[in-house]
Design a protein around this ligand. Structure first.
Ligand SMILES: NC(=O)c1ccc[n+]([C@@H]2O[C@H](COP(=O)([O-])OP(=O)(O)OC[C@H]3O[C@@H](n4cnc5c(N)ncnc54)[C@H](OP(=O)(O)O)[C@@H]3O)[C@@H](O)[C@H]2O)c1
Length: 278
């Protein structure tokens, strides 16, 4: 276990803030970075990266939403003396073919895996916390989640497990060098089943409705996403329907020497906070 100074990008996001809490608790020297920290880190402002990278040994990288900047970031990190990179990517990134989905994560993987630094890639499947801290939350509170997902199940992962995996890798230099971990929850479930569990634990009627990818993209534009971003999210569901990412993997259990948290555990914990109250 190392106490390397650790830079956490995406520090205010779903994974970053959980990773920071864990590292701080174990006494690891950390630097939190995003557009709302001091020093400020913005993917669109490479001139500001130097201040953030100074004195850092290892970086947790959350990719920017556009392809490209991670290449320059890796160059600057190397020059600043960084020794290790741990990148968050998406499940099955090497199966996405010529889909427009995930070009951001694939570009980041290319930059990190092509670097001379020690690297590890954590490819996580869809987060449970998307239902409480991201796109699916508002529709659930409103009483209906409509997605282009049918009978192909998804082994949804708890972000607390992604954070546990990231901290393990960040604090064990050498052991995970050049590894790509495909991280999932312990059981695949359909989105209709996920919504049913949330409705039951919340004690209110919340329904699931299957819609077409085009309808979903239009809904997302209505929620404020750009047309490109909306198309990319809808495209992710089209890829999931191919079934290549429908089965759980053993990577998380191997990494943490325990079984992953269940979706039911996430639902009970989260319903208890009142997250899905009307
Ligand atoms: N959601 C899923 O199911 C899922 C599954 C697998 C992989 N992923 C991948 O996970 C990544 C997102 O991670 P997350 O969910 O932990 O984060 P998140 O909750 O989406 O938050 C995004 C983070 O990035 C920061 N950020 C946004 N724009 C930035 C910019 N221009 N420059 C610097 N920082 C910026 C935000 O902070 P500020 O606003 O303060 O800058 C925030 O800390 C994405 O690459 C996504 O593709 C997501």
């Amino acid at each position: 276990m190392s106490n390397d100074t650790t830079l956490v990008l995406g520090a205010t996001g779903k994974t970053g803030r959980r990773i920071l809490a864990r590292l701080r608790l174990r006494g690891t020297p950390v630097r939190a970075a995003s557009r709302s920290t001091r020093p400020r880190f913005d993917w669109s402002d490479p001139g500001g990266w130097d201040a953030v990278l100074r004195g850092v040994d290892v970086v947790y990288v959350v990719a920017p939403t556009v392809p490209g900047p991670v290449h320059e970031f890796v160059t600057q990190a190397e020059a600043a003396g960084v020794r290790r990179l741990v990148l968050l990517s998406g499940r099955g990134a090497d199966t996405w073919g010529d889909s427009p989905f995930g070009l951001d994560m694939r570009s980041a993987e290319e930059a990190v895996r092509g670097s001379a630094l020690e690297w590890t890639v954590l490819r996580a499947t869809n987060f449970a916390q998307n239902f409480s801290e991201d796109l699916f939350h508002a529709p659930l509170v409103a009483g209906e989640l409509a997605l282009p997902a049918g009978e192909v199940p998804d082994p949804i992962i708890d972000v607390e497990d992604v954070a546990d995996a990231a901290v393990t890798v960040l604090t064990e230099p050498g052991r995970h060098a050049g590894r790509v971990y495909e991280l999932t929850g312990p059981r695949a479930l359909t989105y209709a089943e996920a919504v049913d569990l949330i409705a039951r634990a919340s004690g209110r009627p919340i329904t699931y409705r299957r819609i077409s990818p085009n309808e979903y993209a239009a809904t997302l534009v209505g929620q404020g996403l750009s047309e490109d971003d909306a198309d990319h999210v809808a495209e992710m569901f089209v890829m999931m329907e191919r079934g290549e990412t429908a089965s759980p993997t053993e990577d998380l259990a191997d990494l943490l020497s325990r079984t992953p948290r269940t979706f039911e555990d996430y639902v009970v914990r989260t319903a208890g906070t009142g997250a899905w109250r009307a």
